[in-house]
Write a protein that binds this ligand. Structure first.
Ligand SMILES: *[C@@H]1O[C@H](CO)[C@@H](O)[C@H](O)[C@H]1NC(C)=O
Ligand SMILES: *[C@@H]1O[C@H](CO)[C@@H](O)[C@H](O)[C@H]1NC(C)=O
Ligand SMILES: *[C@@H]1O[C@H](CO)[C@@H](O)[C@H](O)[C@H]1NC(C)=O
Ligand SMILES: *[C@@H]1O[C@H](CO)[C@@H](O)[C@H](O)[C@H]1NC(C)=O
Length: 449
């Protein structure tokens, strides 16, 4: 009787044993150091959601020792491999286009691999993807599937076959996505994978399509004015210049806050945030001190530039606008693109305010010989930062995406006019007016004395 029960138990557990004997892995390709932070965030999130599945990142020759060590600290298994260039390298200048992903089919030490782009964020356990079939990907919104998330069964034969076809197969985008779409052109006729239904694969197909919830294009959310039409298991931050690790995308692109939470979770206990704040603050202080020193040196040693002609209002308008635009460009260059967003905004605004105010004061000194008081400069800095802070807080409160974008554009234009007007009036017009006499050579107070 006991033997019978044991035998029954064995029969029941045997199929499960077989499933768990399958070797699974998440794999990504890292070919630019700019993607180190998203890679660490993804590694942290995957481990948190299901620590039993290894995460491997294939790093190409451009990745530094520093990045490799950072990844290892997140528990990532790092592999070196050379990049497979696209056969269209001559016509496609964009360096992101490559065929390295086909190496995944040759990683036969695993049975099933889920490939993940680094600009994604899983929100729940996605290990169900390993059961979807021999090749699965999501079409999202066209007849071409996206190669950001796909599932494959490793197979040496398929890998060699792909290698043979690399040169001849068409690629609509010049990269691996186009190539895989040609290679697996039948996928669009395959059934949709349903994780809740067993058996998972339809008998006539080994491939399955994946629902948009496994590769949710955030562009769809914004096109729908900030509405989700599925319940995403994976958010894919596709829109090029709005990647969530870029500080200037806040507070407009609200899905980025979710990614920022994941990043902060990952950085908890480390001093990364504090370090970036210190480095931003140091840059800011150095900038203010250098600008003030330049201003003092000019006031002390440059004496002969006093103009006797009055300055036209067209000139002051043009000059103050140009200085503002230049300072904006300069302040953008100073803040590291992937700095903590709130800190980066504060220091960007401060750098912008100080640069534009002091440069305008220097212009006034060189053009009409008047030394602008430090109090006037500080009031301009204060005004600029106040305008930015108010705009930021108002935009943050708006819940509809379209309204938020329009409001942000309105503020950018309105601030340009308002701030420049304030600075022009207090640093160019007012000082020049105080020194009214057309042929006056010495400052006013000289006559008083
Ligand atoms: C990868 O290559 C770099 C230098 O090319 C080397 O320092 C590093 O140890 C290698 N890492 C692995 C995991 O082989
Ligand atoms: C982790 O993945 C394994 C393998 O697919 C699965 O059996 C298990 O249920 C997952 N664990 C969690 C916590 O989701
Ligand atoms: C590998 O792919 C080939 C061609 O599709 C197929 O015939 C073979 O059965 C596959 N091997 C395994 C182990 O799945
Ligand atoms: C599989 O293909 C066969 C023959 O083409 C067909 O009769 C059968 O209905 C198909 N099964 C499914 C589940 O589509």
């Amino acid at each position: 009787m006991n033997a019978f029960i044991l035998g029954l138990l064995f029969l029941i557990t045997f199929p499960n044993e077989q499933v768990s004997a399958q070797k699974y892995a998440f794999v990504s390709v890292l070919s630019s150091n700019d993607f180190l932070i998203p890679a660490k965030v993804l590694a942290y999130r995957l481990k948190k959601l299901n620590s039993s599945i290894p995460y491997i990142i294939i790093v190409t020759q451009d990745i530094t020792e520093y990045s490799i060590n950072e990844l290892k600290q997140q528990g990532v298994i790092v592999r070196n491999d050379t990049k497979i260039d696209t056969p269209y390298i001559k016509t496609h200048k964009a360096r992101k286009y490559q065929y390295t992903k086909i190496r995944l089919w040759a990683m036969t030490e695993f049975d099933v691999i889920v490939h993940l782009d680094l600009d994604i964020l899983p929100t729940r356990d996605i290990s169900t993807l390993f059961e979807c079939g021999s090749f699965c990907a999501s079409f999202r919104h066209s007849d071409m599937f996206n190669s950001g998330v796909f599932v494959l069964k490793t197979n040496e034969t398929v890998f060699h076959d792909m290698e043979q076809h690399v040169a001849s197969a068409e690629s609509y985008d010049g990269g691996d996505q186009g190539f895989l779409n040609t290679y697996f052109s039948d996928l669009k006729f395959a059934p949709m994978y349903d994780p809740n239904k067993a058996p998972h694969t339809c008998e006539n197909y080994s491939m399955n399509r994946l629902s948009a919830q496994f590769n949710y294009d955030i562009g769809m959310y914004y096109l729908n004015n900030g509405r989700l039409l599925v319940d995403p298991a994976i958010f894919h931050y596709t829109l090029g210049p709005t990647k969530p690790w870029l500080w200037w995308t806040y507070p407009i692109f609200d899905l980025n806050w979710m990614w920022l939470d994941a990043r902060q979770e990952m950085e908890q206990g480390s001093s990364a945030d504090f370090d970036t704040c210190v480095s931003l603050a140091t840059t800011n202080c150095l900038l203010i001190v250098s600008l003030l020193v330049i201003k003092l040196v000019i006031e002390r040693f440059v004496v002969n530039v006093i103009s006797t002609r009055s300055v036209s209002s067209i000139e002051t308008h043009l000059v103050s606008q140009s200085i503002y635009l230049f300072s904006m460009w300069f302040a953008l260059k100073l803040a590291h693109p992937s700095a903590q967003p709130v800190a980066a905004w504060v220091f960007f605004t401060s750098n912008l305010a100080w640069t534009t105010s002091i440069l305008t004061a220097i212009y006034t000194r060189l053009r009409s010989g008047f030394d602008v008081k430090i109090q006037s400069i500080i009031s301009c800095v204060f005004f600029t930062m106040l305008c930015y802070a108010l705009a930021w807080l108002i935009v943050l409160q708006i819940s509809h995406f379209n309204t938020r974008v329009l409001t942000a554009i309105f503020f950018i234009l309105a601030q340009q006019i308002l701030i420049v007007m304030f600075i022009r009036h207090s640093l160019i017009v007012k000082p020049s007016r105080q020194q009214t006499h057309k042929y006056q050579i010495l400052p006013n107070n000289h006559y008083v004395a």
